[in-house]
Design a protein around this ligand. Sequence first.
Ligand code: G1P
Length: 233
Amino acid sequence: MADFSVKIKGFIFNLDGVIVDTAKYHYKAWLRLADEMGVEFPPEQHEQLRSLSRMESLEKILEWGGLYMTEAEKLHWADVKNNWYQGLIAHMTPDEVFKGVLPFLEEVREYGGKTALSSASRNAHTVLKSTRLDSSFDVVLDGSAARKAKPHPDCFLQAASALGLAPSECIVFDDAVLGVQAARDGGFHTVGVGKQEDLPDADLVIPGFEGLSLSDVLEMMPWTPLSMVETEG
Ligand code: G1P
């Protein structure tokens, strides 16, 4: 493998929709809530909730339905949704980790890279545990960490700082427009996970990790000439 270790030392991953297919469970639980409230919620619209916190997601649904709730009602319904969601993820298994993720993480380790998981979800630890990924990352930051919401880059800046790295030394993998924007604004290299047309601002877009090696990804990145010649020590 070509030696890229001089520039990229950190790999920061979003969880839902990048590592594991929990997005479908979030959608199911939010859809149930939207139905109860008489709000239309087609699957395409769920894209807009990716990267948002639980409360921000609820507020979006209320906005779509033109509904008003007091803070206490919002807390109540956010809790109800979370109970439904937890019921759905309670039986997740390691099979639900997207194909190619484990070999990719293994390659990153062999290459000497550091890994972080940065998720807006407060359920990230539960998901990592049930899919047996709880010791797969050097750093895990979930939605309980105090930080500004995406598109502010806070969540990725905190992850890089916990890894002891500068943003320019890290690649962020995210499946959402807001996530890619946050990473770019924070000075990170970005890999969008999904469809090119949905993530036009990412440096590189991959459909997923299946069949992709770390060197494939590094070689496909549009590196600037300066970073190509940068050396360590
Ligand atoms: C939250 C939101 C969900 C959003 C997810 C992003 O998860 O509820 O809509 O898609 O973060 O990761 P929660 O903290 O409820 O698990």
